[in-house]
Design a protein around this ligand. Structure first.
Ligand code: PLP
Length: 494
């Protein structure tokens, strides 16, 4: 299985290892598999008897053919260990008849990024060997909170890589700061910046494009790399849990083999829902994919009109991981529906004017599978409360956006097809807003909000967020943005 760019059909195809090592294609496009492998009913039946790591290794082996099955199985077993994913890697909870929650947040940072970031660094580590790369990859991350922690947990103690995370000293929540300051691992470094997120981000960008720094690093046996969310190594592992959810529905006798299931996905960068599209095209009996957005509803508009227009107001919401105006992975869908030439045109227009319009036949093809809905802040809060009161199910703010959209879809379509909502964060990850949605008043102290939510709902705090203030602080360095590169050198010289 080889990979090509979404933009240039004529360029040389590359192996999975190369695509993962490189991240972005040379022409600025994203790597996509040259064909989509298929799974048969018999394959799905067999997967039903497997545990999550085995399901993951089997699905990944269809796409990552330059990795051996044994390599993938070893990596999946390490990544989805029971002590990292407490309660299972992607358990399926029933909310009510016909409506399920696929819980993707049982990992070490209590959010769905763990599903990909626990395995991707291991795939990268092997990719370096497969590509003959002798140097160590130094991953630099600027974070406004959650991505940095998920990356630290994913890369810690993985061979062939080191990771360094920069965050704005006053720009992250108390919980997020504690999560990063108490990070463990032999190959990690965390550093606060006197400045905001943009200062941290610009600092990292400046280091990435600093030729002298790259040369010095090369001499010391390192090269810079990023933990980018559009890397194929982050997307492929997300296909697995859709297949796994389908198997679980069969195991518990809730559906028959071959029966259609719909999925509703709270969407930001379009990575999660695009993985579902790949699963469908592999042959998994998926009907509709409901793309759920918050009031940053650029995708809802796109799916209804074919116009993608980022020239609009940006809203800060209580589902911040979906506050996005450029959904990078949508490019992969455009490639599969419209081909490289049109995709390149659309992306050029987006870059130059912030807007593009797809042809009517392209939109029609997209709408065969995708429907768009959005939920505003009041609907999101009301859905958290209603779902807890009526169904005894506690959802986080992102999951609640999807639940609200699922309700709208069911109302409009009258569908009786079983529907699975992707649940992307533990309610404790956004405890203050979840508590406020239930009780009315938003706690000021986020750490206290965890206990308050636990007491009022009689549920347990997700393990990664428990006793954060009792863990030893391993990182307390604070620097000026101009000293970021020297901090990198200092870390590597240690
Ligand atoms: C990243 C994230 C999303 C959005 O997923 P995409 O793959 O970017 O569409 C939704 N919810 C949570 C909690 C996230 O962290």
């Amino acid at each position: 299985m080889m990979f090509q760019s979404t933009r240039d059909a004529g360029a040389a195809k590359v192996s999975a290892a190369f695509a993962i090592k490189q991240g972005l294609a040379a022409d600025g496009g994203l790597f996509v598999p040259e064909e989509i492998p298929s799974i048969s009913r018999e394959d799905i039946e067999k997967l039903c008897h497997d545990d999550y790591p085995t399901r993951a290794a089997k699905i990944l082996s269809l796409f990552l053919t330059d990795y051996t099955y044994d390599e993938l199985l070893a990596d999946c077993k390490e990544a989805y260990r029971e002590d990292s994913f407490v309660g299972g890697a992607a358990p399926l909870a029933k909310i009510r008849d016909g409506l399920y929650s696929l819980e993707l947040w049982h990992g070490p940072t209590a959010a769905f990024k763990d599903m990909a970031l626990q395995i991707m660094p291991r795939l990268l580590s092997r990719a370096l060997v497969k590509c003959g790369e002798k140097r160590t990859a130094l991953i630099l991350v600027a974070t406004s909170g959650d991505t940095g922690k998920a990356a630290l947990e994913g890369y810690k103690d993985v061979d062939g890589v080191k990771i360094m995370v920069f965050y704005p000293v006053d720009g992250v929540s108390r919980v997020q700061k504690l999560q990063m300051a108490t990070q463990t691992g032999s190959n990690v470094n965390v550093c606060a910046i006197r400045g905001n997120f943009d200062d941290a981000q610009n600092g990292v960008k400046a280091i990435f494009s600093d030729a002298a720094a790259a040369e010095k690093l090369d001499g010391d046996g390192y090269f810079f790399s990023s933990a980018n969310s559009i890397n194929w190594g982050r997307l492929a592992p997300q296909i697995v849990y859709y297949v796994s959810a389908y198997c679980d529905l069969i195991c518990r006798g809730d559906i028959q083999m071959g029966e259609t299931v719909d999925f509703c996905v709270p969407t930001g960068n379009f990575g999660n829902i695009f993985a579902a599209y790949l699963a469908k095209n592999m042959g998994l009996p998926i009907g509709k994919l409901i793309c759920a957005s918050n009031v940053n509803n650029i995708l809802t508009d796109f799916l209804r009109t074919g116009v993608y227009d980022r020239n609009r107001h940006f809203h800060l919401t209580m589902s911040p991981s979906m506050d996005i105006l450029i959904s990078s992975n949508l490019e992969r869908l455009l490639y599969f529906v419209a081909g490289t030439r049109k995709t390149t045109e659309y992306m050029e227009a987006l870059k130059n004017t912030g807007k593009y319009t797809v042809d009517a036949d392209v939109l029609a093809k997209i709408n065969e599978t995708f429907v768009g809905y959005y939920a505003d802040e009041a609907e999101t809060a009301a859905t958290i409360r209603k779902t807890f009161e009526k169904n005894g199910y506690l959802a986080d703010t992102h999951t609640s956006v999807a639940l609200a959209c699922a309700d709208k879809y069911l109302r409009d379509s009258g569908s009786k097809t079983p529907l699975v909502v992707a649940s992307t964060a533990s309610p404790y990850k956004f405890a203050a807003d979840v508590y406020a949605s239930l009780v009315g008043e938003k706690p000021q102290d986020e750490l206290k909000a965890l206990d308050m939510l636990s007491a009022s709902t009689k549920t347990e705090i997700a393990y990664p967020l428990r006793d954060l203030d009792k863990r030893p602080v391993n990182f307390d360095t604070v620097i000026d943005p101009k000293d970021m590169l020297s901090e990198v050198y200092r870390y590597l010289a240690r």
